[in-house]
Design a protein around this ligand. Structure first.
Ligand SMILES: CC(C)(COP(=O)(O)OP(=O)(O)OC[C@H]1O[C@@H](n2cnc3c(N)ncnc32)[C@H](O)[C@@H]1OP(=O)(O)O)[C@@H](O)C(=O)NCCC(=O)NCCS
Length: 221
């Protein structure tokens, strides 16, 4: 049986000054990323304030994400958010900044504590709920909408009226790089989505699913 007990939050150990210098010498790109993060902090805070999103405790933003929030939509994010939006901030080299988009009045994107994501997009036209300790690999897209109607006549009349269905991503889910999580899907607690998967159906808790369309391949443990 997979172990679904949540890992307690333990803050990363504080480095002594000597350890910090050694780390900077051994992995200089990390030191550059930290300096860039601190320099961009005022702009990052301004970007979220401008969108009407409260800044959370312990947030770390590498590069500036793109935040698009409808004034009558909801975007809420918990503590210790970590977003990597520059190519240098992750060896997988995100193609572009993270985009968090709440596109319609009444739409909601609710994200728990300890959420991490590199490049990619989350687009909510209805509702996307993400639990605690969820990790999303580079360049993954999560969208609760088809964006456009499938019927050509409808598409001409109302091009932005695509079907929507809420997405739920439960605690401790790990989504691999370059995935698509499509509308109406629930990813059960602690499940893992393999790299490059297209997820069109629910994945049960504690299972690994992969492929296009994603199918369960085995339990996590
Ligand atoms: C999901 C993952 C962790 C599973 O690894 P694993 O346990 O070694 O995989 P398994 O060897 O048990 O694979 C079982 C089957 O699923 C298939 N499979 C595994 N991952 C797959 C994927 N991403 N897409 C399609 N099929 C996949 C395997 O080919 C294998 O099929 P077979 O039995 O017919 O040979 C791994 O494949 C993966 O995607 N790793 C990348 C994680 C990632 O994206 N990290 C980046 C974070 S930024």
């Amino acid at each position: 049986m997979p172990n679904l007990a949540p890992a307690p939050h333990s803050p990363p150990p504080r480095l002594t000054p000597l350890e910090a210098v050694r780390l900077a010498l051994e992995t200089p790109w990390k030191a550059v990323n930290e300096v860039e993060r601190l320099l961009l902090l005022p702009l990052a805070r301004f970007g979220f304030a401008w969108a009407g999103v409260a800044w959370g405790a312990g947030w770390k933003l590498y590069g500036l994400p793109i935040i698009q929030k409808h004034r009558r939509g909801v975007l809420r994010i918990g503590a210790r958010l970590e977003l990597r939006s520059t190519a240098r901030s992750n060896p997988l080299g995100p193609h572009r900044p993270v985009i968090l988009s709440v596109r319609r009045p009444g739409a909601a994107l609710i994200i728990g504590d300890d959420f991490g994501m590199t490049g990619g997009s989350i687009v909510a036209e209805e509702r996307i709920t993400i639990g605690n300790r969820v990790a999303v690999g580079a360049n993954t897209i999560i969208a609760d909408t088809d964006f456009h109607p499938l019927d050509p006549a409808e598409r001409r009349l109302a091009p932005l009226n695509g079907a929507t269905a809420p997405i739920v991503i439960e605690d401790d889910v790990f989504i691999g790089m370059q995935c698509l999580i499509l509308k109406g899907v629930t990813l059960g607690r602690g499940c893992v989505i393999g790299a490059g998967s297209v997820v069109t159906r629910d994945v049960p808790a504690g299972m690994i699913a992969a492929g296009n369309p994603a199918r369960v391949i085995r339990p996590v443990s």
